[in-house]
Design a protein around this ligand. Structure first.
Ligand SMILES: Nc1nc2c(c(=O)[nH]1)N[C@H]1C(S)=C(S)[C@@H](COP(=O)(O)OP(=O)(O)OC[C@H]3O[C@@H](n4cnc5c(=O)[nH]c(N)nc54)[C@H](O)[C@@H]3O)O[C@H]1N2
Ligand SMILES: Nc1nc2c(c(=O)[nH]1)N[C@H]1C(S)=C(S)[C@@H](COP(=O)(O)OP(=O)(O)OC[C@H]3O[C@@H](n4cnc5c(=O)[nH]c(N)nc54)[C@H](O)[C@@H]3O)O[C@H]1N2
Ligand code: SF4
Ligand SMILES: [Mo]
Length: 827
C-alpha cells in the first residue's frame, strides 16, 4: 500500500499538473516520475539532459526536456541515487521558474530616483570605479544558491584579488551553527553519514525540523519504507505540529530552546543508568567544556568525571521544567539511545541552527550520539540537513564566509593564507588576516551612515534577497533608502524587495540558462550544462564577477594581477593565448566552470575533502566527497566518513578515526554546555511566541515559485497560524486580518486557525515567502556568539485585532485568498 505521505505528494503534483493546463503561462507539462530517460516523450526536436533541482538541499536530479530553445518538460531522474525518479511538487514545476513574465532582461541604473536602462559596459564600469576608489568599503553578499564556480570566483576575487574579506553569504542565516557544531565536535565540517542512513535507521528523530515539507523527497525515503512493511519509528520533537508530525509515531512538543535541555537530559540519563557506550567513548572521544573567559570553538579539556558532575543536575524533572517535555518521554529517549541493538538517526535543520545556542545545541546532539555510540554505522548517525541546494558545496566547501578560505581553511592562520596564495599564484601577503564582516554586521555597517562609522559603502548582492530575508528589516535593510552615499548593486532574475532599494540592477541568467555545479546535504557534488539561453541581456553571475575583476585589472588594480602579471582569472587556450572570457561574447568559448573547478579542486585535498576531476561529475548524478582515485583509474566516493569500512583516510587497523580532531589524537569531542534561556521571551506587553519558517509550495521569498501559477494558486498568501483556543480567547475569526507586532515592527496577516501547522497555545507561526507581508519586520537579529547565525525561530509578539472597517480593499482580498478560506489548499 502506498504510504499516505507519499500519496499526498503525488496528489499535490497531480493537482498542480491539472492546474497547469488552465494557467498556461509559466507551468510546464509534468512527466510522470516512472518514465526513464529512454522512454521520455520526444522526437527529433526534444532533448533531455540532467540537472540537479534548483530548490532544496535534498539535491534531487531532474531530467530537463528542451525544445526550440525552451525548457518544455521536467521529469524525475531515475538514474539519480538521491530521488530515484521521484520529485516533490516544486521539483515537477522547476522549469516554470525561468518563464515569469517580468524577468529582468537589462541592466538598470537609478538616475534621479528612476531606474534607467544602461549597457553592460556602463554597468561593469560603474561597479569597478566604485570598488577602485574605495576597495576596503566594498562588500560582496552571496548565497548558498550560488553555483560552486560562482562562489569560488567571488571568493578569489575578494580574498585573493582585493585583499578584502567582506564576503559572506545568506547561508550565514542558515547553516553557520551547523558548521561551528561540526568543527567544535570533529575539528572539521560536514556530516559523517549520508542519506543511506534514512534507509537503514530503526528510529528517526527530527529535532525541530519539518522535512515532510522542506526535504520532501528525502523524507519520503523513510515513509516509503513503511509502505514496504519495514518498521521505522519517527519521533518528532518540535515547537509546533507539522506535516512531519502527521507521519510521526511520537510527537514531543517542547518550549523554544527546549532542545538544549532534552539533549542534556538524555546524556545525564545515559551516564546515570550506566548504559553509555564506554568502549566507543574510551577509544574515540574526549570531553570538553567552554572556557570560563573568552570561550572558543576549541574549548578546554574536561575529565569524564567533570562532565558527569556538570550534567548531574539535568534530571528528567528539571528537563521537563525547562523543555515542557514530560520526564517519562526524556527517559524513553534515553532508553532508546541506551539500546545498541537499534540504529538511530537524528535529523535537524533550522530549529537547531537559528538559535542563540546554535553551536551548543549542534555539539550537544553530536554528543548524544557519540556518548551512546550511535555513530558510524549505516542508520546510526547525527545528520544535519542543509536547506539550500549548494550551501554545502559553495559556502562550506568553497569557504565563502567572511573568515574562511577554500577547502576548510581560515584567513586567521598564516599557513592557510600562504597555501591559498600559492594556489592562486598571487603575491605573498595578498590575503588579509582579518576576518570580514558576517552578514548581520555587514548590513549593519551598510545601513549605518558613514558619519556614524558605517564603513561599507558599496555592496554587491548575488542570488539572494536580503530585503525580505534579513532579520529585523527596519534596523538592517530599510534604512538604506535614506543614505544617498551608499550604493546597492543587485544581481537578480526578478524584481524583489531588494531590487526596490537597488541603485544598480544586473539581470542574471538562472539555473539551466548557465553551466553550474551544486553540492547537497550529503557531500554530493553535482554538475549540469547550460541548456537554454537566458532572456534578453541576462548573464551569468560568474561572468559578472570576472568582468568586474577584469575592468579593475584594466584600471591598474594590482590585486587583479597574479605573480606573473597575468589577470587572476586568465584562461589560456592550448596555444597559450588568453581567451577573453570577460567579454560575454566569448564567455562560452570555453567551459569556465571546468577551469575554475579544476583550480579549486587543489584546495580540497588539503583537508580530506577531495573532489574528482570535473569530467567525472559530467558522467555521474553527483559524487560524495572525499572522492579518491583507485588503482584502476576509476573514482570512488565515500558514504560514511571516519568509519574504516568506507572511509579511505582512516588509518589501517582503526575502526574509527576522527582524523581532523581538534585535540590531535584522532578523537571527537563530547561537549557540555549549560542551558540558557532564549534571547527574548513573551511578557505582559508581547505575550506570544512568534516562530517563522516555510511552506512546501514556495521557495523562500517566493520570487521563483510565486511565478509558477499552480504553486502560487496552491498557496497564494502568507498567513499567521494560530491555536484555536488563543483565537477564541481573542475573538479572532478564521481568515480575519490581524496585526502581528513586535518591539521591532509590524506585519498584517490573515489568520489560519489550526491550519496546516498547529502551534500550541501562546505561539503563532508565520511563513516568510510573501513579499507583501514581511514578517522580518518583526524578527530578531540576536545571534549565536560563535556562528553569528540569527534566531528567526523565536521572539515575543502580540496579535492585534483590526476592526473590519479599517481593512483596506487589498486586505479584504487577502482574506478572500487566505489558504484558510480557499478550497485549493492541498491536504
Ligand atoms: N518548500 C521549501 N523547502 C525548503 C525551503 C523553502 O523555502 N521551501 N528552504 C530550504 C532551506 S534554505 C532551509 S534552511 C530548510 C529549513 O527547513 P526546516 O528547518 O525543516 O524548516 P523551518 O520551517 O525553517 O523550521 C521550522 C521549525 O523550527 C522548529 N523550532 C522552533 N523553535 C525551535 C527551537 O528552539 N529548537 C528547535 N530544535 N526547533 C525549533 C519548529 O518546530 C518548526 O517546525 O528548508 C529547505 N527546504
Ligand atoms: N523569517 C525568516 N527569515 C529567514 C529564515 C527563516 O526561517 N525565517 N530563514 C533564513 C534562511 S535559512 C535562508 S537560506 C534565507 C534565504 O534567503 P534568500 O536567499 O534571501 O531567499 P531566496 O528567495 O532564496 O533568494 C534568492 C534570490 O535569488 C534570485 N535568483 C535565483 N536564481 C538566481 C541566479 O541564478 N542568479 C541571481 N543573481 N539571482 C537568482 C531569486 O529570484 C531570489 O530573489 O532566508 C533566511 N531568512
Ligand atoms: S525535494 Fe527538494 S530537490 Fe527534491 S524535487 Fe523537491 S525541492 Fe527539488
Ligand atoms: Mo536556509
Amino acid at each position: 500500500m502506498m504510504d499516505t505521505k507519499r500519496r499526498s505528494f503525488l496528489k499535490s503534483a497531480a493537482l498542480a499538473a491539472a492546474g497547469s493546463m488552465v494557467a498556461g503561462d509559466t507551468s510546464l507539462p509534468v512527466v510522470h516520475a516512472d518514465q526513464a530517460v529512454g522512454d521520455l516523450p520526444g522526437g527529433d526536436g526534444l532533448n533531455w539532459n540532467k540537472a540537479p533541482c534548483r530548490f532544496c538541499g535534498t539535491g534531487c536530479h531532474v531530467q530537463v526536456g528542451v525544445e526550440d530553445g525552451r525548457v518544455v518538460a521536467i521529469a524525475g531522474d531515475k538514474a539519480a541515487d538521491v530521488n530515484k525518479g521521484l520529485l516533490c511538487v516544486k521539483g515537477y514545476h522547476v522549469g516554470g521558474i525561468l518563464y515569469g513574465s517580468d524577468r529582468l532582461t537589462k541592466p538598470l541604473l537609478r538616475k534621479d530616483g528612476e531606474l534607467t536602462e544602461i549597457s553592460w559596459d556602463e554597468a561593469i564600469e560603474t561597479i569597478a570605479k566604485r570598488i577602485f576608489d574605495s576597495p576596503d568599503t566594498f562588500a560582496f553578499y552571496g548565497s548558498g544558491q550560488w553555483t560552486i564556480p560562482e562562489g569560488y570566483a567571488a571568493q578569489k576575487f575578494m580574498k585573493g584579488g582585493l585583499g578584502n574579506n567582506h564576503i559572506d553569504p545568506n547561508a550565514r542565516l542558515c547553516m553557520a551553527s551547523a558548521v561551528t557544531g561540526f568543527i567544535a565536535t570533529y575539528g572539521v565540517d560536514e556530516p559523517a553519514g549520508c542519506y543511506q542512513d534514512l534507509d537503514e535507521c530503526d528510529v528517526l528523530i527530527t529535532w525541530g525540523n519539518n522535512p515532510a515539507e522542506m526535504h520532501p523527497v528525502l523524507f519520503s525515503r523513510v515513509t516509503d519504507r513503511r509502505s514496504r512493511g519495514q518498521q521505522v519509528r519517527i519521533i518528532d520533537i518540535g515547537t509546533r505540529r507539522t506535516r512531519t508530525t502527521d507521519a510521526a509515531s511520537d510527537y514531543l512538543e517542547m518550549k523554544p530552546h527546549g532542545d538544549v535541555a532534552i539533549a542534556l537530559g538524555i546524556m545525564h540519563l545515559l551516564i546515570e543508568n550506566d548504559n553509555y557506550d564506554k568502549s566507543f567513548v574510551g577509544k574515540h572521544c574526549n570531553f570538553r567544556g567552554a572556557e570560563a573567559e573568552n570561550p572558543t570553538l576549541q574549548g578546554e579539556a574536561i575529565s569524564e568525571d567533570d562532565f558527569r558532575k556538570s550534567i548531574a543536575k539535568y534530571t528528567p524533572e528539571l528537563v521537563e521544567e525547562l523543555s515542557g517535555v514530560p520526564a517519562d518521554k526524556i527517559r524513553m529517549l534515553a532508553d532508546l539511545f541506551g539500546n545498541h541493538d537499534i540504529r538511530i538517526t537524528s535529523l535537524w535543520c533550522m530549529g537547531m541552527n537559528q538559535h542563540t545556542m546554535g553551536t551548543a545545541i549542534n555539539s550537544l546532539v553530536h554528543g548524544v550520539h557519540l556518548l551512546s555510540g550511535h555513530f558510524g554505522r549505516p542508520g546510526d548517525a547525527p545528520t544535519s540537513l542543509t536547506g539550500q541546494p549548494s550551501a554545502c558545496g559553495t559556502v562550506r566547501e568553497v569557504g565563502t564566509l567572511a573568515h574562511a578560505l577554500p577547502g576548510g581553511r581560515v584567513v586567521a592562520k598564516p599557513e592557510h593564507r600562504q597555501q591559498s596564495e600559492e594556489y592562486w599564484n598571487v603575491r605573498e601577503g595578498s590575503i588579509s588576516e582579518v576576518p570580514g564582516y558576517h552578514t548581520v554586521k555587514m548590513f549593519d555597517q551598510f545601513t549605518r551612515p558613514t558619519s556614524e562609522g558605517g564603513d561599507i559603502t558599496t555592496m554587491l548582492v548575488q542570488v539572494t534577497n536580503p530585503g525580505q530575508t534579513l532579520p529585523n528589516l527596519n534596523a538592517l535593510f530599510n534604512d538604506k533608502k535614506d543614505l544617498d552615499d551608499k550604493f546597492l548593486i543587485v544581481s537578480e532574475v526578478y524584481p524583489t524587495a531588494t531590487t526596490l532599494l537597488a541603485d544598480l540592477i544586473l539581470p542574471a541568467a538562472l539555473w539551466v540558462e548557465k553551466n553550474g555545479m551544486f553540492g547537497n546535504s550529503e557531500r554530493r557534488t553535482q554538475q549540469w550544462f547550460k541548456m537554454v539561453d537566458p532572456p534578453g541581456q541576462a548573464r551569468d553571475d560568474c561572468w559578472m564577477t570576472i568582468a568586474i575583476a577584469h575592468k579593475l585589472f584594466e584600471m591598474g588594480h594590482e590585486g587583479m594581477k597574479d605573480k606573473d602579471g597575468d589577470f587572476i582569472f586568465a584562461i589560456k587556450d592550448d596555444d597559450g593565448k588568453e581567451i577573453p572570457v570577460w567579454d560575454f561574447d566569448h564567455y562560452y568559448d570555453t567551459n569556465v566552470d571546468k577551469h575554475l573547478f579544476e583550480e579549486y579542486r587543489q584546495f580540497t585535498r588539503m583537508k580530506h575533502k577531495n573532489l574528482a576531476p570535473y569530467d567525472e561529475y559530467v558522467k555521474a548524478r553527483g559524487l560524495r566527497w572525499p572522492v579518491v582515485e583507485q588503482e584502476d583509474g576509476s573514482w570512488r566516493e565515500t558514504r560514511f566518513r571516519f568509519s574504516a569500512f568506507d572511509d579511505p583516510f582512516v588509518k589501517e587497523g582503526q575502526e574509527f578515526e576522527f582524523y581532523h580532531s581538534s585535540s590531535d589524537d584522532g578523537r571527537a569531542q563530547i561537549w557540555f554546555h549549560d542551558y540558557q534561556p532564549p534571547p527574548e521571551m513573551p511578557d505582559d506587553q508581547y505575550p506570544m511566541w512568534l516562530c517563522t519558517g516555510r511552506v512546501l509550495e514556495h521557495w523562500h521569498t517566493g520570487t521563483m515559485t510565486r511565478r509558477v501559477a499552480p504553486l502560487n494558486r496552491a498557496m497564494p498568501t502568507a498567513y499567521v497560524e494560530m491555536n484555536m483556543a488563543d483565537a477564541k480567547a481573542a475573538n479572532i475569526r478564521q481568515g480575519e486580518v490581524v496585526t502581528i507586532e513586535s518591539r521591532r515592527g509590524t506585519c498584517d496577516l490573515p489568520v489560519w486557525i489550526d491550519g496546516r501547522g498547529r502551534p500550541p497555545r501562546g505561539t503563532v507561526f508565520v511563513p516568510f515567502f510573501d513579499e507583501t507581508k514581511l514578517i522580518n519586520n518583526c524578527t530578531l537579529e540576536a545571534h549565536d556568539p560563535f556562528s553569528k547565525q540569527p534566531d528567526y525561530k523565536k521572539c515575543a509578539v502580540r496579535v492585534v485585532k483590526k476592526t473590519t472597517q479599517s481593512q483596506s480593499p487589498a486586505e479584504k482580498a487577502a482574506v478572500k485568498e487566505s489558504p484558510a478560506t480557499t478550497a485549493e489548499v492541498p491536504s
